[in-house]
Design a protein around this ligand. Structure first.
Ligand SMILES: [Zn+2]
Length: 294
């Protein structure tokens, strides 16, 4: 120990720390290139080098989909820990921790507003909230979004990112599958478009319910979409699965999806799809030529 290590070194380190805050640079998990945080933010968390789509939260998703001034709606409270479930920890504790971290009641946020001037109701999954798993609260959020769409005579758009059922809610979680199907059916019966945007990853009970019944099925590039994991399927069928199996591009090629759309083009695409599916205002492009003059 001397004055250099005791006094001078901490001072110098302190100086540098102030000048270089952490997290200014992000490493792309696909190509491992470094990206400046502002560039990444501007590019909606899509890698500026290789185009890899990183996961984004529900609030950010709403911001880059809806026009400024959209309103997030308060969701009905659902019963907390109905089964009093406990694994290594109590489910109630896990839930409260996730709620505090995400600032949300459960794994879905719902908002209404406009997309390039066209009215829409948007529900977005927050994957960081217990893996976007489907609880009674998530089911309630989807039902609320569907009801709101019918009430406002607006299309329903859902951005999914989920690991499937929430194990801690057992059969109650599974009941959300028929529940969300009925909710989206309500939107269709009202003659309103239901547009699904599958984001990375969409698996399990979400894939097996509302996420596959959109009028238009869109996915983000590279998104993993499936029911069971690839390894489980390989072990069951005892066959090697093809390259890119369960990825958005593979599913598009095999007719499961209608479109794979880059995040940076998503808003424009949604606005175009809405105007094509709904009777557009005469003289308004695009798709206005498809409607006969009254
Ligand atoms: Zn990259």
């Amino acid at each position: 120990m001397n004055w250099i290590s005791d006094w001078a070194l901490p001072k110098i380190q302190g100086l540098f720390k102030r000048d270089v805050p952490e997290n200014l640079w992000h490493k792309c998990p696909a190509c491992e290139q470094m990206i400046f945080h502002r560039d990444l933010e501007r590019n909606l968390h899509v890698c500026t080098h290789c185009g890899h789509h990183m996961r984004i939260g529900a609030q950010r998703r709403l911001e880059c989909t809806l026009d400024a001034g959209f309103q997030r709606i308060e969701l009905p409270k659902s019963p907390v820990d109905p089964l009093r479930f406990r694994d290594q920890r109590r489910y109630g504790d896990r839930l409260r921790e996730a709620q505090a971290k995400a600032g949300m009641e459960d794994a879905v946020a719902v908002a209404h507003g406009t997309i390039n001037g066209r009215r829409a109701v948007v529900a977005a999954f927050e994957f960081s909230f217990m893996g976007g798993s489907m609880s009674a609260g998530v089911g309630e959020a989807i039902v609320t979004a569907a009801r709101l769409a019918v009430l406002q005579d607006a299309p329903l758009i859902i951005f999914s990112a989920s690991g499937g059922a929430r194990m801690q809610e057992g059969a109650i979680s599974l009941m959300q599958m028929p529940r969300t199907i009925i909710a989206t059916q309500m939107v269709k019966e009202a003659g309103l478009p239901f547009i699904m945007v599958l984001c990375d990853p969409t698996t399990g009970g979400v894939t097996a319910s509302f996420a596959m019944v959109g009028d238009i099925q869109i996915a983000e590039p590279g998104a993993m979409i499936g029911f069971a994991g690839a390894r489980v399927i390989e072990q069951t069928v005892r066959e090697k699965l093809p390259e890119g199996f369960q990825r958005a591009e593979y599913l598009l090629e095999h007719g499961i999806l209608d479109m794979v759309v880059k995040r940076t083009e998503m808003k424009e695409t949604l606005a175009r799809v809405i105007s094509l599916l709904r009777e557009p205002v005469i003289g308004e492009e695009p798709g206005s030529e498809l409607v006969p003059a009254h």
